[in-house]
Every structure is written in structure tokens, then in C-alpha cells.
Design a protein around this ligand. Structure first.
Ligand SMILES: [Zn+2]
Length: 295
């Protein structure tokens, strides 16, 4: 849509909503994203400046029906927890990448839309989804209303591994990794039956960092990245030690390829990224996540 059409739409909507008197000039910063929901509140203004203007990321917390999966009974995310999650994503994810990634990297490659959902996304079989993504571009995060900012492990498990996982899909879809990676576990991928193919610990012994890793190579690849950068060197060591004599060397072989790929293709040092995330996580309790700052 052209800029002129945006202007026309914005002007028409302002008129329809009666948001301003006829003497007001149209606001050049008026965002079309929140049209239809009335005027921008402070959080909307923060999102426009911090997410839209800086990174071209649309952060949706009002759960417009058109953007949510109506096959699930979903509850909207609370305003307060949406603010917390926006602050968290900025602090623990975007700013961590900013520390180690080349200029412009996030704006170019990071997923373009977040969608907050208050409740879990339950499936018919009683399990629930942690997050969903469509083509890597839009990430839906569930259970925002039970967000616990004091529990970093839970933050990683319920939200941030999903984000790192989906972001990493965009990277390999943009520039693929070496086929050497595909060969390592080629005979052990189980496809759609990853969910019930393994008893506890079995997938690790085969060299998978999670059961979901065993689905296929791309999932294996991004799961490894998501887990690696959300572990400390110590907790990572514990994890791969648990994979035993057979699993450990397989995981290490894959991580070596991933580190080279991330460095060579994206100029990102995986250990620096892990350190950036971990040092931020350790100072999480010092952060004011309840308030928004509009500079
Ligand atoms: Zn995936």
C-alpha cells in the first residue's frame, strides 16, 4: 500500500472514530497497525517506537480474531503481562543479539510479528502448544497470563526457546547450512512420530538435544541453537553429559557445525551470544519490566 493510501486511511479512521476535532492536523506518526482499536495508548506508542520503527516488528497483544487460530479456545493476553513480555523480548532477546550481531541484522532477519495469547493453546489430545510460527514470520506466544518473570528457566522453556527456534529457521531458510549436518543423524530422524518415539533419555542417547529435534534436520538444527544459547556452559555440560557416550559426541559434532555456520554466514559467535543472554538473565531481577519508557 502506498504512503498516500495510508494517509487517506488514517485520516478517514480519525474522522470515523471522532478522535480529534476537525481543526487537528493528521499526526504523521499515526500507525495503521492499531487502527480499529481506537487511539494509541502509551504501550502502543512504545511498541511503535521500539518494535516497529527500530526493527519493523509488529507486536500484537489485542488478539484480533483475524490473527489468531480460532480452532482453539483462546483468552486474550492481559495488558500488564503484555508489557512485561515486550520488555522481556527487548531485554533478553533483541538487546542480546544487538551486542553480538552485525548492524542491521535484526531488522532484516528477525521475525516480523509477535502475537500474545493469554491462555495455553490446547490441542485435542490434551497436550498444548508453547508457541506457533507461520513461515518463521509470525510467532504466537501462549500463556502470557501465567508469565512468571522470576523464573528464568521457565521463561526459556515457555517462551524464549520458541523465539530463538523460529528465528533460527529464518536464518537457515535464508542461507542453508552444510549437508554434513544432515548426514550425522540421517538414519535416526523419526518424522511426525517424534512425540511418542522415545522413552525418557532415549533421544539424547541418539544425539538429539530434545525429542522434537528428532523430527528432521531443520528442527534438529534450530533446537540445538535454541538450547545452546539458553544454557550456561555448566548446564550445557550437564545436559550433554546426560546424553552419554553415544549421544554426547553426536551433539558436539552438530554444535561444531552450527558454530561455524553462525560465524561464517552471520558473523555471530555462538559463545558470545550465549554469554550475552546469560549475563542479562542473571540481572533480570534488576530490570523494571512493569513500566514502559518512551524516549
Ligand atoms: Zn521448527
Amino acid at each position: 500500500m502506498t504512503k498516500i493510501k495510508y494517509w487517506l486511511l488514517a485520516t478517514v479512521m480519525l474522522f470515523v472514530l471522532g478522535a480529534c476535532s476537525k481543526d487537528d492536523e493528521p499526526d504523521p506518526d499515526f500507525s495503521v497497525i492499531n487502527m480499529g482499536n481506537g487511539e494509541q495508548n502509551d504501550f502502543d506508542k512504545y511498541l511503535e517506537k521500539t518494535f516497529v520503527d527500530t526493527y519493523n516488528i509488529d507486536f500484537q497483544y489485542k488478539m484480533q480474531d483475524i490473527e489468531s487460530d480460532m480452532s482453539y479456545a483462546l483468552v486474550p493476553a492481559s495488558y500488564e503481562n503484555s508489557i512485561k513480555m515486550a520488555n522481556l523480548i527487548k531485554y533478553l532477546c533483541l538487546d542480546a543479539y544487538e551486542e553480538v550481531a552485525p548492524d542491521g541484522f535484526l531488522k532484516k532477519y528477525f521475525p516480523k510479528m509477535f502475537m500474545m495469547v493469554g491462555s495455553a493453546g490446547y490441542r485435542n489430545n490434551g497436550t498444548f502448544m508453547l508457541g506457533t510460527a507461520e513461515g518463521g514470520l509470525k510467532i504466537t506466544l501462549y500463556m502470557i497470563n501465567s508469565l512468571d518473570v522470576t523464573n528464568v528457566d521457565r521463561l526459556y522453556e515457555f517462551y524464549f526457546r520458541t523465539i530463538f527456534h523460529e528465528f533460527s529457521h529464518i536464518l537457515h531458510q535464508t542461507k542453508d547450512y552444510t549437508t554434513d549436518f544432515d548426514k550425522i543423524s540421517a538414519v535416526d530422524y523419526v518424522g511426525g512420530s517424534w512425540n511418542d518415539a522415545w522413552d525418557a533419555g532415549e533421544s539424547a542417547a541418539k544425539g538429539f538435544i530434545s525429542d522434537y529435534s528428532s523430527k528432521e534436520t531443520n528442527e534438529d538444527f534450530v533446537e540445538l541453537i535454541a538450547h545452546y544459547i539458553t544454557n550456561t556452559p555448566e548446564s550445557w555440560e550437564t545436559k550433554i553429559a546426560a546424553a552419554g557416550e553415544t549421544g554426547r559426541p553426536i551433539i558436539e559434532q552438530k554444535i561444531t557445525i552450527i558454530k561455524s555456520y553462525m560465524k561464517d554466514v552471520w558473523d555471530i559467535d555462538m559463545n558470545e551470544l550465549r554469554e550475552a543472554i546469560d549475563s542479562r538473565a542473571k540481572k533480570l531481577d534488576e530490570q523494571d519490566l512493569d513500566n514502559i519508557t518512551i524516549n
